[in-house]
Design a protein around this ligand. Sequence first.
Ligand code: FAD
Length: 205
Amino acid sequence: MFALPDMHNKSGFLVKKAYSVATCCAKHYEDFIEFCIRYYENGELSPKLAQLKVGDTILLDGPYGKFTLDPKTKRDIVLLAGGTGVAPMMGFIRQILNEQMNNQILLLCNAKTSKDLLYKTELEEISNDVPAIKVAFSLTQDGKERKDGVEKGRITLAMIKKYCKDNTLGNKEFYICGPVEMIRELKQELLDAGVEKGLIKIDVW
Ligand SMILES: Cc1cc2nc3c(=O)[nH]c(=O)nc-3n(C[C@H](O)[C@H](O)[C@H](O)COP(=O)(O)OP(=O)(O)OC[C@H]3O[C@@H](n4cnc5c(N)ncnc54)[C@H](O)[C@@H]3O)c2cc1C
């Protein structure tokens, strides 16, 4: 969680908000921590965060939560992200790369347009360079760019199957992070398709 030392609410408590860590615990990331934060013009905290300068101090409290990846899992991994929901997925991808996991990984990222896709270049490079990791994007409001790896509309089961190497939902665990509606829909679709509840992990914000 983030807090700014000089930001208190009417009751005198520090204004704190939760943010997902986009890095992981590997040695390479020992000296820094990365967050991916949406800017809300009328927001309470994000405009203040956007004004921070190098050398300013903030309070970090944590880590909290159970939205974590088991590096020993033998299942293939499907990561489904909407908007800044890609933040924890970046942490997972970086962990997967650092721990040299052999599982097949699919990351599907949804955004309105290609301009709204976060980490696009880094993810495309990983997808091209690492055979076990496939990254694809789905765009809800952009009708221009259509090619392999870029789909139109919201993330669907058909899309997930299309980009999984074995074209099935079997022997996989699913991690979903993004808008509440997206999470609710995808979770229900996966359950209806026979995926066990325990294999679907979600992070709602
Ligand atoms: C576990 C967890 C992880 C998270 N990880 C991330 C992350 O990695 N990246 C990220 O960007 N966010 C993340 N969030 C969300 C984050 O904690 C904040 O909620 C978000 O950044 C908005 O905070 P803010 O103070 O900037 O805006 P807020 O003040 O919360 O406002 C957000 C929007 O809501 C509107 N709004 C506020 N109050 C009202 C109201 N009463 N009625 C109508 N509209 C209103 C504002 O105008 C603004 O448009 C996470 C949340 C959780 C719980």
